[in-house]
Design a binder for this molecule. Structure first.
Ligand SMILES: [Zn+2]
Length: 701
């Protein structure tokens, strides 16, 4: 289910946000004729008065006690962060979260109204309403207990040998239930016009391999085993057996971890794609028949796929040969229970939260049920909900304003590329060609996904609805394998507060929910928009030229377009950015410069071209100081504002270990401290903390 090579702006995962005028009554006339009958379906209406207020740059938030040249982030965000502690049901808090809450509140109004009924059978509203009602029915969830998952657990119990385990996997993948590894459909690395299957390492419960292998994480491992034991007991295993089974789960995952990539290795495109014929795949894993697997997924007419991490799949095969069947069954039993946990009774769901929420991420309280249910709706029917969301709260005129901003950023990069001193004319020409072919997408997809094949009718439980949605999703994805790529399709729903670049499509995508203050406001002065969404647009464009994106050509193929000499000069520059971020520490732990390199290149180039674009925009305008700040100053002040955020120590540790994005405070400071434009705007001097002088200053694009 993961599109591994989409590069997101932040890991504010699938949270969402909104603004906008309530649907005007006259828009009702635009309802398609088929449904505009006398007994029309109810109209969904959003009451915006109750929504979380949109955050925005406010000069009153600035902290005069921390000079801007010492710490831009603290100057802009310090006071606010001190006064606004992280809510108990969250692991982080800041502007992304506030926009996310606002989006969720809009979504809640939509699904609540949909769940009251009256919508046509088979309509998206009806399905969203049914899904939501089932998810909120706490009394039924608790009364049902384990009943919804019993049939799956019985299948696990019935496995007789390792061949039976393999048969279980063929079947479970075909229903959208992936175990041990993932199998997804994505643009082919070598021919981006077609979709290929990708078998991808997975199967771990803890955040990454180090948690299994390094002494530093022993406490986390012990807590994990204790959690598995409790979960198994909740799943009906007797206490003595549960202890042994929990130890088996850790043993199985530890072997998988030993053969898994580190998060840094995982970023290398060379570790993400490894094409094999079906015969070669079967030779690599003699105990797992990929022809049978593909047949179960109803994939036909393909002669191969990407067995992306050969080392992992070799270990998987060894384990199919030498692991006692009971250990595989114990591993599976836990994973089936844990995957189902969010959709079962409070007892089971709370145990899942106690480990993954509280212990691993430091979150004191579980999110309200309605938020969790919306989370799973977003994971299964995100576009169905998004279609209603944008109709209700996304102002169409934002699209045109955004297209203009994107155009200005592209021109700014074109100038920078043309004038780049260190790059040869040969590589430059290729870079410019790539820039020319960028495909920007704004707000929402031109073509909406069709959910008519998904039926929730007669779903016996919330879990049953989730299984149906997962199976529908899986069939949809697997049907793409071997087919041409659909360039209109989006990899993120419009109600998501985020943005991405996809190197395989050479596209930049800006969902509706991020097109609001503090990022974007059609009524704001240019500095705020260029410092906000301009920096985001710049960030996504620059992903096409970061350490990964630069390995993909204008067509989206993983092909080299660089001269060796230019690549060497590029690597020398990026090594200095690695060093800059390696030196940062949070809670005494170092940031990983290599892990966060792509995102930091995106920020560094992105803010630079956003700044250039602002200068061009201002050339024909005369805008004096606002609140005492020049346009250049307001540009950087709003850039820092978009990164206003704080995180619990436990969640911060996981972020530093696994997340390709650096923590927010360092994104706010890291890029401006490399920019002469920033120093000039605030009259910062050499020696100030926010001025990286001499050979410490990093400029790449
Ligand atoms: Zn990014």
């Amino acid at each position: 289910m993961t599109l591994n090579h989409l590069k997101h702006l932040s890991l504010a995962i699938a949270i969402t946000a909104a603004l906008g005028a309530c649907k005007q009554p006259d828009k009702a006339a635009a309802v398609p004729a088929a449904t505009a009958t006398a007994s029309a379906a109810p109209q969904i209406h959003i009451d915006e008065s109750s929504l979380t207020k949109l955050p925005h740059f406010d000069a009153a938030d600035l902290d005069a006690n921390t000079p801007v040249c010492t710490d831009l982030n603290a100057h802009v965000n310090g006071k606010w962060l001190a006064a606004n502690p992280i809510p108990a049901d969250k692991t982080s808090w800041g502007n992304f979260n506030m926009l996310g809450d606002r989006s969720l509140e809009v979504q809640k109004q939509i699904v609540e109204q949909a769940s009251k009924g009256g919508f046509a059978a088979g309509s998206n509203e009806q399905k969203l309403g049914d899904f939501y009602r089932l998810g909120l029915d706490e009394a039924k969830l608790n009364a049902d207990g384990l009943a919804p998952v019993k049939a799956t657990l019985a299948k696990v119990d019935a496995i007789a040998d390792n061949a039976g385990f393999v048969n279980y996997l063929y079947d479970s993948f075909a229903h959208g239930d992936a175990q041990v590894f993932q199998f997804f459909a994505g643009e082919d690395f070598k021919d981006a016009s077609k979709t290929s299957g990708y078998a991808y390492e997975s199967g771990l419960s803890l955040p990454e391999r180090a948690y299994y292998l390094e002494p530093a994480y022993k406490e986390k491992r012990d807590a994990f085993v204790a959690h598995v034991e409790r979960m198994l007991v909740l799943g009906g295993v007797d206490a003595a057996a549960a202890k042994q089974q929990a130890a088996d789960v850790l043993a199985v995952e530890t072997r998988l971890a030993g053969a898994s990539l580190t998060p840094i290795e995982g970023r290398d495109p060379a570790n993400q794609y490894h094409w094999v014929s079906i015969a070669e795949a079967n030779k690599a894993t003699p105990h797992f028949d990929w022809a049978k697997f593909l047949a179960a997924e109803q994939i036909t007419g393909v002669d191969g796929f990407s067995l992306s991490q050969p080392k992992f799949f070799a270990e998987f095969d060894k384990m199919l040969a030498d692991l006692p069947t009971e250990q595989w069954k114990n591993y599976l039993r836990y994973h089936v229970l844990n995957d189902a946990a969010p959709f079962l009774s409070d007892a089971v769901s709370d145990e899942n939260f106690a480990f993954y929420g509280k212990t691993l991420s430091g979150q004191p309280e579980q999110k309200a049920r309605w938020k969790r249910v919306l989370g799973s709706i977003n994971g299964t029917m995100g576009e169905a909900l998004g279609q209603i969301y944008v109709k209700q709260v996304f102002p169409e005129e934002s699209k045109a304003a955004m297209k203009e901003l994107v155009g200005n950023l592209r021109l700014a990069l074109k100038d920078r590329l043309s004038n780049l001193e260190w790059m040869s004319a040969e590589t430059k020409a290729k870079a410019l060609e790539k820039l020319e072919t960028f495909d920007p997408k704004v707000g929402y997809p031109d073509k909406w996904r069709d959910f008519s094949g998904l039926s929730l009718e007669g779903a016996s439980s919330y879990y049953d609805a989730v299984l149906r949605a997962n199976a529908f999703e899986n069939a949809y994805r697997m049907a793409k394998v071997g087919k041409p790529v659909d360039r209109q399709e989006w990899g993120m729903s419009p109600q998501t507060v985020n943005a991405y670049y996809n190197p395989s499509k050479n596209e930049i995508v800006f969902p509706a929910a991020i097109l609001q203050p503090p990022f974007f406001d059609p009524k704001a002065d240019p500095a705020l928009n260029y410092g906000g969404i301009g920096a985001v647009i710049g960030h996504e464009i620059m992903h096409g030229f970061d350490d990964q994106g630069s390995q993909f050509d204008k067509l989206g193929n993983n092909a080299n377009w660089w001269t060796a000499a230019d690549r060497k000069l590029f690597d020398e520059r990026t090594a200095r950015l690695v060093k800059q971020f390696d030196e940062y520490t949070v809670n005494g732990k170092h940031v990983k410069g290599q892990l966060t390199l792509g995102e930091n290149i995106g920020d560094l180039g992105g803010v630079a071209i956003a700044y250039d674009a602002l200068q061009k925009d201002l050339a024909n305008k005369r805008i004096g100081a606002i609140d005492g700040f020049s346009q250049d100053q307001r540009f950087f002040l709003n850039f820092a504002t978009i990164w206003r955020g704080q995180r619990r120590p436990e969640a911060m540790e996981v972020m530093l270990n696994t997340n390709p994005h650096a923590p927010e405070s360092l994104r706010a400071n890291g890029t401006p401290s490399n920019m002469d434009q920033f120093a000039k705007a605030f009259d910062c001097k050499a020696g100030d903390a926010m001025v990286r002088g001499g050979d410490k200053k990093v400029v790449i694009w």
